[in-house]
Write a protein that binds this ligand. Sequence first.
Ligand SMILES: Cc1cc2nc3c(=O)[nH]c(=O)nc-3n(C[C@H](O)[C@H](O)[C@H](O)COP(=O)(O)OP(=O)(O)OC[C@H]3O[C@@H](n4cnc5c(N)ncnc54)[C@H](O)[C@@H]3O)c2cc1C
Length: 412
Amino acid sequence: MSKIHIIGGGLAGLSAAVAAVQAGHSVQVYEAGPAAGGRCRSYFDRELDCRIDNGNHLILSGNHATLAYIDAIGARPTLRPSGGARFPFMDVTTGATWTIAPGPGRIPWWVMQPSRRVPDTKVTDYLSVLALRKAGVQATVAEMLDDRGPLYARLLEPLAVAALNTPPSAALARLLSAVVDETLLAGGHACVPVFPRDGLSESLIDPAIAFLRRHGSDLQTGCLVANLHRDGNRVTGLVTTIGDVAFGPADQVILATPPWITAGLLPDLPVPTEFQAILNVHFLLRHDPGPVGFIGLIGGMAEWVFVKSNVVSVTISAANRYVDLPASEIAARTWSNVQAALNIPTTMPMPKYRVVKERRATFAATATQEPLRPATRTTLANLALAGDWTATGLPATIEGAIRSGRAAAAAL
Ligand SMILES: Cc1cc2nc3c(=O)[nH]c(=O)nc-3n(C[C@H](O)[C@H](O)[C@H](O)COP(=O)(O)OP(=O)(O)OC[C@H]3O[C@@H](n4cnc5c(N)ncnc54)[C@H](O)[C@@H]3O)c2cc1C
């Protein structure tokens, strides 16, 4: 029986594997790391003595491929009950708070209600978001959105930085447009935050591996693919750290590795070469600060604060500007933002923390990098590419990774 060999056990590889198994194929996934999940995973942290996620990940109900994947692997029960489409924000310099609460329908009646929109904005300000749809190939977010008013500072800029992980002065407007079209402009039903109850791996990774095994396929960890054997325009085998794999005549391969690894395996392939970091700071509190869920911050170093029981985690995106600062400085600066956001007395000393620096969290979503994103098919007849960095039409996100995996499986 022919097999689909999938290199890389991140979300793109797992989504390709699940789609291939659903289509009746037998699959073998090769993952270099000690656990699957890649940039979206949970692990036991010795300093904090508990399991944490490598970083907070926000999924929205409009991410339809992600939810279809969650359903396919039977992971819906591992999600937290939804709190509805509500996005609380705080300006840590003034203490001002507001909550964006899009209504359920596609027609945004909610912007008529001052209590549901950004303070000091007018209904007509929201029309500026439609300008994104007219963005040319090179246009940046800052060029397409009016960056002078409160709507930009208090909603559009934080949204753009979180979605594109690139400073708005360089980030491609059409990638933001793709995200906004499927979420904010689709109505509140597409903007409900979706969170794992326990962790990223428990909801997105482990159930996928269990699904593969239930269907007679497998994922091997600690197995780095170092080279591809080729004959003409076909891949005929793999060189791995635990031995060579010879392909049968009808075997196929999906390369779901990060761009810099893919470039090593396929040296003629152009790939993105510039990246942006994401920083996460996890604080272990002695008390449970309450059911806040998450809050967006402006005016500080911390951009989003997520509360999961007594672990409070801070996210900072487009973080090349901060990535070389010492962890102790990043923790101290973000702890004061957390105190403001969660109303923690300033006298409370900083608790135990872990700073996770993902230096190459995503490719930089810029005009120079976008043309370097390859299509699913290559010149090799039995090979397809997957990964959030391939030409998905979306920025580097879970949704993009999952769609790329499905596209690769479909292409083969
Ligand atoms: C801190 C952080 C926060 C994020 N927040 C969000 C968010 O809020 N919302 C959102 O939608 N997205 C977010 N993302 C992006 C999201 O995590 C990624 O888009 C997604 O996980 C990418 O999946 P992937 O499979 O394309 O790549 P990866 O996860 O990088 O998977 C590639 C896999 O290949 C393996 N591999 C590498 N080389 C080899 C080899 N030679 N042989 C075998 N295996 C190999 C790697 O170990 C890895 O497991 C965030 C990312 C980070 C880092």
